[in-house]
Design a protein around this ligand. Sequence first.
Ligand code: GAL
Length: 669
Amino acid sequence: MELVWTPVAPGVWRAQVGKPDGPTLLSAAHDVPRVDALKEMGSQSPSMPFELKTVAGEVADEFTSARIPLGPEEHLYGLGLQMHGSNRRGEVYHLRVDHYASGHDRLHAPVPLYVSSKGYAVFFNTSRPITVYAGVGNRRDAKNPAARDRNTDPKWDAQPPADAVEASVHGPGMEIYLFAGPTPLEAVERYNLLCGGGALPPRWALGFWHRTPSLDTAEDVQKEVAEFEKRGYPIDVLGLEPGWQSKSYPCTFDWSKDRFPDPRDFVSKLKSKNVHVNLWSNPYVSEASPIYKALEPNYGSHMVWLGPAPDLMVPHAAKVIGDFFTKTHLDIGVSGYKIDEIDGFDNWLWPDHATFPSGLSGVRMRQIYGLLWQKELDEIYRKQDRRTFGLVRGSNGGGSRFPFALYSDTYDHREYITGMVSTGLAGVLWCAEARDAANGEEWVRRMQTAAVSHIAQLNAWASGTKPWSFAGYEDSVRSAMLFRTRLVPYLYTAFAQYHYQGTPVIRPMSLVDGGEETDQYLLGDELLVTPMLTGQKSRKVRLPKGDWYDFDSGVRVGNGTTIEITPALDKIPVYVRAGALIPVLSGKVLNSTLTPDSELEIRHYGTEAGHGWLYEDDGETFAYEKGSFVLQKLASDAPSGSTFAGSISAAKGHYADGFKHITWKHVGP
Ligand code: GAL
């Protein structure tokens, strides 16, 4: 069946196969496309590398399927948070939210979006689990290679190349979106803008997060924060784990009177130190919860840990939760949530055939449950004109605008980095948390990786590990945490770019220059990050074209070559593009909160004239949506020796309360 394509914005088209039913990913997330930003992306008419009419759709028996042409040389990237590999071509992907997908990666965010090396992207907008045959499968009416004789022909191929990507759902229909490039990066930007633009976190969310042991009391936590201060470790967010609730698994969502007798006082004491409180919860409601009865009859048919799951598609259920969370948490100053176990697998989540009052089956509810919770929590903060940032263990397509990062109970260091890199192709964020380590060396490398993740977190809920737990390694860990905290102005600017232009903060090399590495990435426009794994003494770094400089020393390391590095234990290998101007916090830094005395240092690298950006707003509210922000262009001369002149000019917006103390520094030998 030939499809009818409707232009949504320049370079974005939508078509429908069959009759899509129920919520789609985009409608569950309530996304509103950023049409203005999509229009701004380029005046030329972006086009697809194939004719739209060559995309086919079919509804037959229980399946709705689509078939999108694929060239012989194309590589395919994306398909959600993936812990392994880069080129997805040649595999079948069952995209279904599943914490322990057997034999596959953990599918915390199985976003049905793929990006082609030819510079376009395809998104299947459906809340049904979807199977994507990424260049697998030979139809009779396709352009197939000639069959070979396995007995005699050594070139016989168990999987003859296919000339299409096929995707199918069990159901009466689905929507398809196409995004033009011309580069893969621009295609991803268009997708993120269709989803409302990337999340703009409050500035504090970019500092360091620490989660205390589950059964800690208010007093224990206060002591721990004081210890951070005394020992000079920065902290911005303090996360409480299940023990803050009077009962958990299933949850009451209410404070434990024993461990937190005066929650308001607890939160405000931390606030006075600029430490923000984040609360763990899962969505399953205890009979002892004050809202257990009010949520009746809006529960699904099955329970999880003997607590029913509220149906957030029902406005009444959303309101009961929103009102209770607002009164019990937001109104006393809590800054956000970690929504756990929303991605379960059949053994401990509801079965596929579970029923929900809104009419959705269990399998469809599981696909969107993470989106529904993110939307709910984002909205209650929005009503108070406060930005939140939280963690969520399951998400899906359409979620780019939600201020939440994903995490996992897995702990393979290499997988964490690949996962982080893959999120740049999926419109989701990733927290490569540190939890524990077998020795000091591992602890340092884990904390360094956390420091260059979207969200930098130590999650000590079970281990009780502190940044200073390994004798002899305390300084190296402190320096990773301070590196992260000092980088906040640069990171905040990169997140603004994600929000306004849809450009991912962490960019896989496939989006940078078509590289396939999964252990290095660009962080924002100017930094190449190459984290060291536990036990690794040396590693290879592929430098994209252009001169690159070591972040700390300013020494030139190469241009378009692959180098072998052997960094000392306390070093995070980060390289800066020639001529980049990197805004960082200098002077004494306790956390990311700005005071009238905060100092900004603009670091210049290389021998040429400098360029860069600095985004500023109040860091807390939605005033930026009404124009209260400033995007500033940083420019400098080429340095003569270490002397050079720099200037800052407003390129967009207005905001007066920015940095008052600014210094410029050429970083070089
Ligand atoms: C896990 C979660 C951990 C921690 C724990 C608390 O499911 O992934 O990070 O929050 O629950 O019980």
